[in-house]
Design a protein around this ligand. Sequence first.
Ligand code: ACO
Length: 434
Amino acid sequence: MKERTLKIVDDANGLSYTLPVENGTIRAMDLRQIKTGPDDFGLMTYDPAFTNTASCRSSITYIDGDRGILQYRGYPIETLAEHCTFLEVAYLLIFGELPTQSELKSWVYDITHHTMLHETVKKFMEGFRYNAHPMGMLVSTVAALSTIYPESRNIFDAATRHHQILRLIGKMPTIAAYTYRHQLGLPYIYPDNDLSYSENFMNMLWKMVEPKYQANPVLARALDILFILHADHEQNCSTNTMRCVGSAQTDPFLSTAAAAAALAGPLHGGANEAVLIMLDEIGSKDKVPAYVKKIKEGHGKLMGFGHRVYKNYDPRAKIIKWTAEQVFEVTGRNAKLDIALELERIALQDDYFIQRKLYPNVDFYSGIIYQAMGFNPEMFTVLFAIPRTAGWLAQWQEMITDPEQKISRPRQVYTGENTRDFVPLSERGTAVRR
Ligand code: ACO
């Protein structure tokens, strides 16, 4: 088959250029040869927020946003959610293949044996105020782990990298549970190696004085499914942060902390918390039409709706809706579900949302489940960060081992002043506050 090329004619001088097209992309650096003269820097692309720029080649996650498809390493998310545990999926993301039985056994053993936190972690967590936001605590604590494991800076050694991956996936639920207990003033609970990943997380969250914590199997499975759905999502804001910070050869603890900080924003992982706040603000089903009208008039956004990539129903939202039904059989129905369903019903038949292809995203229903399980909205993004750590690390490792990658450093279009004459302070006249 003939290789695809792109012909560009520069109207400035009539010169034409033929650029190779590979995987539906042209190389941005190929544009640099397009100059109006020897002093011209060469053509660049301007793409604020990377809306049409591929920053890497990746074989981890595939999304077809128009058709609502999400796959990890070629497996549909629906299949993985139905048949796998979260740790099996984490293995798939990191290593590229589903584990055999013996590989899974050692992987689970290794992760389970890296769940403990160094005792100093407790001390610096005590420094946080009683009402500190759990995401702030999580970001800072993950960053602080870098001080405990200085060898993690050795990022080009595969064995060292692997060790940090075990540590981060293992310790994330422990840190998350500590942020939860810290807010409530409860003593921290040590991990229990007899329990599965999500059961152990529930144990560290909710164990009180009983000698052995018994996790409800339906809730543990629901949590595991939610973890699978959140494990990776290709080059989203936090993953891009992980790759960007990691590209400076920063250690994986600091890079993960940076990624988690990006996740904390309300337009990204913080949206699930924002959804619950919005549902509270709406208050009841009958107030939904008025709320939607307000949004359409430009007052705010419908949180949990819309996605940069999905211009169709987010496949994760479908699975979450199904999981919600299972959870509510145990916990009782969360009254907010009715408001959410009404919001979805009205929005999906409204021209404003149809034209803009705004559908419920992963965050629309996840918060309702989490709340039914007993989490307050402040914890929701922390629950997102636990599984996403597997995705961040898979992406980080792919970036580190990709010979084409180097320090991440975009260009800018400078819009400031040209070179100006300096005026000494005493001669600057009356100050104008900007
Ligand atoms: N409610 C109402 N209008 C919306 C919404 C929304 N949730 N999302 C987008 N729009 C509108 C925009 O105002 C814009 O309208 P216009 O063309 O009249 O100006 C149009 O739809 C396109 O929106 P963009 O902002 O260009 O879309 P973008 O891809 O930049 O944003 C985003 C995607 C950030 C997710 C956006 O849809 C949003 O803010 N949603 C609410 C927050 C949310 O749920 N975030 C979670 C995303 S999933 C995740 O990160 C895990």
